[in-house]
Design a protein around this ligand. Structure first.
Ligand code: PLP
Length: 217
């Protein structure tokens, strides 16, 4: 674990009232155990198989977040333990998460992943698709999911201006959605954006959840 980096990050998390999701993908159990022993408890994985393998081997008080694309047929594997899914990108997936959360007697927090980059390969909802989900007549029947915010990934580029514009577009979208659909719901408050290369920019643009991998190890 890179304690020096974390010590630099911690005051920023306080200042901006944001939380760190330590991204443990590709890291060994031993490396993750060091982060655990240091005291951090919120980890993110982007693949279901790797997530399940690690969840089994590591202490059970870890709060696991899924940050990568999720196929509907794999929801059942993570539903018994996952705390939060950042990558919800369809109504069908949301229904499936609700079904398995219900079967496990749990409530799973979800973020809707929005498309903010100019890269065609990135997953995520357009604004129209996002609104379609939020206006779905059956949304209120999904009692075992809790929509807590939006997630986005900026374009992988050195161009800071572009990344900043993409982050600001997600913040603007969040503010609109919050005012229109969640005005009285305090639980809808998260903007998951920012990784190792752009976390400072993300914080200054309103991020509440940083997903940081490589810099933490
Ligand atoms: C890997 C990954 C991260 C972390 O990336 P780093 O550059 O290692 O900090 C964040 N979000 C998602 C969705 C990822 O897959």
């Amino acid at each position: 674990m890179n304690i020096e980096f974390y010590n630099k990050l911690a005051p920023l998390l306080l200042k901006y009232d944001a939380r760190l999701i330590t991204v443990t993908k590709t890291q060994s159990i031993e490396a993750i155990q060091k982060v655990y022993d240091f005291g951090l408890r919120i980890y993110g994985e982007n693949r279901v198989q790797e997530l399940c393998d690690k969840q089994e081997l590591l202490p059970k008080d870890i709060e696991w977040h899924l940050i990568g694309h999720l196929q509907t047929n794999k929801v059942k594997y993570i539903a018994p333990f996952i705390a939060c899914i950042h990558s919800v990108d369809s109504w069908k997936l949301l229904e499936e998460i609700n079904k398995h959360a219900s079967a496990n007697n749990r409530i799973i927090k979800c973020l809707l992943q929005c498309y903010i980059a100019s890269e065609e390969t990135k997953f995520g909802l357009s604004k129209d698709e996002l609104v379609e989900i939020l206006q779905h007549k059956n949304l209120k029947d999904l009692k075992n999911i809790e929509l807590v915010g939006l997630m986005g990934m900026a374009t992988n580029t050195e161009d800071e201006k572009q990344v900043k514009n993409e982050f600001l577009s997600l913040k603007k979208l969040f503010d609109e959605i919050k005012a229109t659909y969640f005005e009285s719901q305090t639980s809808f408050k998260e903007i998951s954006m920012g990784m190792s290369s752009d976390y400072e920019l993300a914080l200054s643009c309103g991020s509440t959840m940083l997903r940081i991998g490589s810099k933490m190890f």
